[in-house]
Write a protein that binds this ligand. Structure first.
Ligand SMILES: [Zn+2]
Ligand SMILES: [Zn+2]
Length: 267
């Protein structure tokens, strides 16, 4: 087992001690864990989110690199980061990330049209179709990000806090756009993330099985597994079930990243 998407107290929304996280991973028999704390550079362009503290990049990359070295005989630790994509933040990420040795960078959408889609207000002013459409358009834009990233995080994130009676994001409603997203992930050599932080969505993981299946049909092979754990109890959640589903779709491998290089792990 391994996990390419976890958070520790270097993220504003986690209190998890990174050492404790790694020790739990060793106890669980994981061969690899990437610690991918939030770099919410997009929020620096949104004054209403001033209250959310920004990650201390120097501290994060230094401390995780030290832990990687310290635990190297017991587990592979990936030094990681999760960038919150927004067009305006591209230059910031481009200028800062190049200063660090990074194993794994996740590119994720958390804000859409300058709003946080974790808040009900995002949905209240839009129809479901519109709310999901602009989300998917943002995902599409994020794939063209000019900085070095490895995977596209949690496609379908918009449904996590969705307020509609039927929250499902159906492939058929946006098939051209979703195909465009998947084809570009493939042609750019990026990975699609299987994210099991999906409580309340009715799904085993994000994106939906339907979208993951389509990725396979279009020739997609690069997949990462991420629990998106913000505390150690959630490490590798849903790993076995996800592997079962992925195998039934014809996938044979998941990928972990070291120095931005994908390494296949048989499932
Ligand atoms: Zn995220
Ligand atoms: Zn995350």
């Amino acid at each position: 087992m391994f996990d390419t998407h976890t958070h520790c107290m270097h993220s504003h929304d986690s209190r998890q001690n990174p050492k404790e996280l790694i020790e739990k991973a060793i106890k669980m028999g994981l061969e690899y864990i990437a610690i991918t704390d939030h770099y919410d550079g997009e929020l620096t362009f949104l004054p209403e989110f001033d209250y959310i503290p920004q990650i201390d990049l120097d501290r994060h990359f230094k401390e995780i690199a030290e832990l990687k070295e310290q635990y190297k005989d017991k587990i592979e630790v990936g030094v990681g980061i999760e960038c919150g994509y927004m067009k305006e933040a591209e230059k910031l990420y481009l200028d800062t990330l190049k200063n660090y040795d990074i194993d794994m960078t996740i590119n994720s959408i958390h804000t859409i049209e300058y709003e946080d889609c974790y808040l009900p207000s995002y949905f209240e002013k839009r129809t479901k179709y519109q709310a999901y459409l602009v989300y998917l358009q943002a995902v599409r834009e994020s794939i063209d990000a000019p900085y070095h990233y490895d995977s596209i995080g949690h496609i379908g994130y918009v449904i996590r806090k969705s307020i509609y009676d039927d929250i499902s994001l159906n492939y058929s409603d946006y098939s051209d756009l979703i195909d465009d997203i998947l084809k570009n992930i493939i042609s750019k050599g990026k990975a699609l993330e299987i994210n099991t932080h999906s409580e309340g969505t009715g799904l085993d993981f994000l994106p939906s099985v339907e979208i993951t299946k389509r990725y396979k049909e279009l020739g997609g092979e690069l997949l990462t597994f991420g629990s998106d754990a913000h505390k150690f109890e959630h490490l590798c959640r849903g790993y076995d079930k996800s592997c079962e589903v992925l195998k039934s779709l014809g996938f044979k491998y998941l990928f972990k990243y070291l120095n931005h290089k994908p390494i296949a792990v048989k499932i």
